[in-house]
Design a protein around this ligand. Structure first.
Ligand SMILES: [Zn+2]
Length: 496
């Protein structure tokens, strides 16, 4: 591990008890984090962040205010000067499949949160499926929380699952602190998490009408073109990516979202579409949002939001080689024209956030056949750099990164102390070097199964330090002993 003092920057103070591996003391006093580039979702300036001994941001300061503060001389204040490294709010990934318990060989809380920490993600939100049991009841949420407790290196919040007939569980799960519920309109890929048929959708909306949590959908509809056997007119060669792509055309997404619009109009429920791949989804959602706003709906973005993922913004179908199912996910990565349209929506702020949809599996479930391979791309560790690689080349600011990777996911999930550099928020901070670059190799991957469509790619921008509530948890690809993460759930409900 690189020692702390081996920085391109100046350390004006030292952290008490912070060291690499094995040091257990974590006493941290009042701290001042400095940077020539403090970046918020809306601005960039020379200044710093003052953090209380409780790990909460006291104030965000300009350089002038800091100079005055330092002149007044608080000898107990610990100062960390990141120099030209950008100081930003820790990123939030609201779409991560951890899979523990039950499929822990695919991913576990230790590996997923260590990967998140080195990648600058200070909060992840776990998806309700692929673990066994799935998070579809309060009891199952307790089982998952017990598995995660004392294993997390960053903070972890949880989605609940919306499956046919589990509406009675919603109130107690909301009380326990889930950020919302996610349902599928198409086969989920695992038998213990059934999808919602059309007749199941109304009861879900009805149960959540007026609730303060989000109802998220995997929005594709079942279609006769979907197959795992290469035995119909659409299938020529199952080892070619385009064979898989043809089985999940854009229409599946458009039809699903069009179906949901009826319910958006009828109920006051915040509807969020996860992992939008087909660009045509966005205009449909915008029309639904506009109707709600015209009626005076006061929810954030009219309670109609959408995310896309790093793989849709980074990759395109044309570049996917035969047999390379590490690129397979659903909905699928589409062509370059579609990708450019997604970037236009980023430019126009018509998406609300960007996630990884980190959905790993063991290598044996991948294999070279695109029709039978597990669909899921792993990237919880690399989101900040993946986004910055494309965004930098397109001339975007670091504030754009903060907007989509920190503020947006925190707003969506209602995590009121996360995602922003603001007084009263947790001091979840990263120092980011936007000019650094690195190569993705198996050696640097910290999530469990070292599978990635980005292997051997050069990514731009590197997270150098990650702080969770003011405490250093990762530095230059190394994670400190901990784990210091917390489960963002109600302890009164879960552990009594
Ligand atoms: Zn997912």
């Amino acid at each position: 591990m690189r020692p702390l003092y081996n920085l391109p920057t100046l350390l004006l103070g030292l952290f008490v008890g912070v060291s690499c591996r094995g040091i257990t003391t974590r006493e941290v006093g009042r701290q001042l984090f400095l940077s020539r580039r403090v970046v918020t979702e809306a601005a960039e300036f020379d200044g710093g962040v003052l953090v209380g001994s409780n790990g909460v941001i006291e104030s965000v300061l300009t350089r002038e205010s800091i100079d005055a503060l330092l002149r007044n001389g608080d000898s107990s204040l610990q100062v960390f000067d990141g120099g030209n490294l950008a100081l930003m709010a820790g990123a939030v990934d609201s779409h991560v499949h951890v899979n523990e318990p039950g499929r822990t060989s695919w991913e576990g809380f230790v590996t997923a949160t260590r990967a998140a920490a080195v990648g600058g993600f200070t909060t992840i939100v776990d998806m309700p499926l692929n673990s066994i049991p799935p998070t579809t009841t309060l009891e199952n949420l307790k089982i998952k929380a017990a598995a995660a407790k004392e294993e997390v290196f960053v903070d972890v919040a949880f989605w609940g699952g919306a499956v046919p007939g589990n509406e009675k569980e919603y109130p107690r799960m909301i009380e326990a602190g889930v950020v919302g519920f996610k349902g599928y309109l198409i086969d989920s890929g695992v038998p213990e998490f059934p999808h919602l048929e059309v007749e199941d959708i109304g009861p879900v909306f009805s149960a959540l009408d007026g609730a303060a949590v989000v109802l998220a959908f995997h929005a594709e509809l079942n279609d006769s073109r979907i197959t795992t056997d290469c035995d119909n007119e659409y299938c020529t060669d199952p080892y070619l990516y385009n064979t898989y792509l043809a089985t999940r055309p854009e229409a599946l997404e458009l039809d699903a979202v069009s179906l949901l619009v009826e319910y958006i109009e009828a109920y006051d429920v915040h509807v969020h579409i996860v992992h939008v791949s087909a660009e045509g989804v966005i205009p449909i959602l915008e029309e639904a949002r506009q109707k709600r706003l015209m009626k005076g709906n006061s929810r954030w973005r009219g309670g109609v939001t959408a995310e896309t993922c790093h793989h849709y913004l980074t990759l395109s179908s044309e570049q996917i080689p035969p047999g390379h199912t590490e690129y397979k996910c659903s909905p699928p990565i589409r062509n370059i024209t579609n990708k450019e349209k997604l970037w236009q929506y980023i430019e126009e702020r018509r998406f609300d956030l960007i996630t990884s949809d980190h959905s790993p599996s063991v290598a044996s479930l991948k294999g070279p056949n695109f029709l039978t391979a597990w669909g899921g791309v792993s990237s919880v560790q690399f989101g900040v750099s993946l986004f910055w690689t494309e965004a930098k080349a397109r001339g975007y600011s670091l504030s754009t990164l903060s907007h989509f990777l920190s503020a947006g996911p925190a707003k969506l999930t209602g995590l009121q102390r996360k995602g922003f550099l603001r007084p009263g928020y947790d001091a979840d901070l990263i120092y980011f070097d936007p000019d650094a670059s690195f190569v993705v190799t198996p050696e640097i991957i910290m999530y469990k199964n070292k599978i990635s469509p980005y292997m051997n790619r050069v990514l731009q921008g590197q997270v150098v330090y990650t702080f969770l509530r003011g405490q250093l948890v990762a530095s230059s690809g190394e994670v400190f002993e901990g784990p210091l993460g917390e489960l963002l759930l109600s302890p009164a409900v879960l552990f009594n």
